[in-house]
Design a protein around this ligand. Structure first.
Ligand code: PLZ
Length: 443
């Protein structure tokens, strides 16, 4: 919605009475396993705000978990998806194809790092894209093992639960999990035992040693890693770690997969976060920001790897749905026309400067980190690095009550993460930061 007033406006407590009624209906109709972070029921959203059933307008620092980077109902997304809706909604690309799918594939082949020949296959969700990247890597290498990392998140399906590190809430009671998944240390500078200086070197050496000694490099089909970890706590691996792993993969015939589902599409101020260290992944998984909120995901990669799966081996009824493809073309158009990479970098400058200022004042901010519009603060007990999940939950709750949507993340539940739509106004951005500062001060 582009005509939505870009303002925070609270006319009831959060959640308001109508939202509470709906929450009661939700509780009766939807299993409790499907949780809700902030139970305000949304009626319209756009730019940097969400409007709820009670008439409140909230500032959005979540983008539906890094999805609506172009804003909700962005003009080009609505225009293209609406036209597609009126033409046809589905044929199944595997039965009778259509141009939109091919256009999205061409756009991804063009936008992703590397000028080698590429192919793209489309799916419905991030988890499905990751599953397919593993299928493709296994078909290509004729190997089985998959290497992932501490704090990693890759989805909630059976294979991707196995790839995901954190037990609660993602895996607990849902096993057994898919076999042949091996987890390695991640270069997490803030928590690296010997300090951040040697973190990249040491973590890479440990990971490579474990892979060689415990798994056997010749058995590894794929190394799957998020260039900046999302759910795991917005952890930027120490510089040098990713290139070292990519080099190890190249030397050993292992497919290097960058999971850019959360980091992709201008979120970090570049089309893809792995560009920051000049990494050219063999395969790259995308979803979330790709289609302005419509469900779409992709695996893009080297033609020879992508073509290794036999004909008919990849697909699904809805993968690359025409309406979602039209949405993706609209989102990509918006990103280019409004230079959302520049917008993301500007958001990063503003947020990092203000949050670092807050870090001077509030001892519980252990670290401020992130790139572009993917920024986080890690909260600790004052004077230590002990994770402070209670303070994190309290700050999030205080922000929610004041009409600011923020999310938490992290293995220890002690990271507040900020993922505003890239089209948010600077006034709203600063107002949101004021609310965070107020909540920290009152703690
Ligand atoms: N890979 C890097 O961030 C999704 C998860 C929300 P889907 N992250 C949000 C939740 O609690 O379920 C994600 C991701 C990375 C894969 C995925 C999975 O993407 O579209 O949720 O399947």
């Amino acid at each position: 919605m582009t005509d939505l007033a870009q303002e925070r406006r609270l006319v009831t407590p959060i959640p308001g009475p109508k939202s509470q009624e709906l929450l009661a209906r939700k509780t009766a109709a939807v299993p409790s396993g499907v949780g809700v972070t902030l139970p305000v029921f949304v009626t319209r959203a756009g730019g940097g705000v969400l409007e709820d059933v009670d008439g409140n307008s909230l500032i959005d620092f979540g983008s539906g978990i890094a999805v609506t980077s172009v804003g909700n109902s962005a003009e080009a997304v609505v225009r293209r998806a609406s036209a597609q809706l009126a033409d046809f909604t589905h044929t199944c690309f595997m039965v009778t194809p259509y141009e939109g799918y091919v256009e999205v594939a061409e756009a991804l082949n063009e936008l992703t790092p590397g000028d080698h020949e590429k192919r793209t296959a489309l799916f419905n969700s991030g988890a499905e894209a990751v599953e397919n990247a593993v299928k493709i890597a296994r078909a290509y290498t004729k190997r089985q093992a998959v290497v992932v990392f501490d704090h990693g998140y890759h989805g909630r399906t059976n294979l991707t639960m196995a790839l995901t590190a954190k037990n609660m809430p993602y895996k607990h009671s849902f096993g057994p999990f898919a076999p042949e998944v091996y987890r390695m240390p991640l270069a997490y500078p803030y928590r690296w035992l010997t300090g951040p200086e040697n973190c990249a070197q040491e973590a890479a050496a440990q990971a490579i040693d474990m892979i060689t000694k415990q798994v056997g490099a010749e058995n590894v089909a794929a190394i799957v890693i998020e260039p900046i970890q999302g759910e795991g706590g917005f952890i930027e691996p120490a510089k040098g770690f990713l290139p070292k792993l990519a080099e190890f993969a190249r030397e050993n015939g292992i497919v290097f997969v960058a999971d850019e589902i959360q980091t992709g599409f201008c979120r970090t101020g570049q089309w893809f976060a792995c560009e920051d260290e000049g990494i050219v992944p063999d395969l790259i998984t995308t979803a979330k920001g790709i289609a302005g909120g419509l469900p779409l995901a992709a695996v893009t990669g080297r033609a020879e790897i992508m073509d290794a799966a036999h004909s008919g081996g990849l697909g699904g009824t809805y993968g690359g749905n025409p309406v979602a493809c039209a949405g993706a073309l609209g989102a990509i158009e918006t990103m280019k026309e409004q230079d959302l990479n520049a917008k993301a970098r500007r958001i990063g400058e503003i947020m990092l400067a203000r949050l670092r200022g807050m870090q001077e004042k509030f001892e519980i901010i252990g670290e401020v980190r992130g790139r572009g519009a993917m920024i986080a603060i890690e909260l600790v007990e004052a004077g230590s690095k002990t994770p402070n999940a209670a303070a994190t939950a309290a700050v999030a709750k205080a922000c929610h009550a004041e009409g600011l949507v923020v999310l938490t993340c992290g293995t220890y539940g002690n990271v507040l993460r900020f993922l505003p739509p890239l089209v948010i106004g600077e006034d709203l951005l600063n107002e949101g930061l004021d609310i965070i500062e107020g909540a920290l001060a009152r703690l």
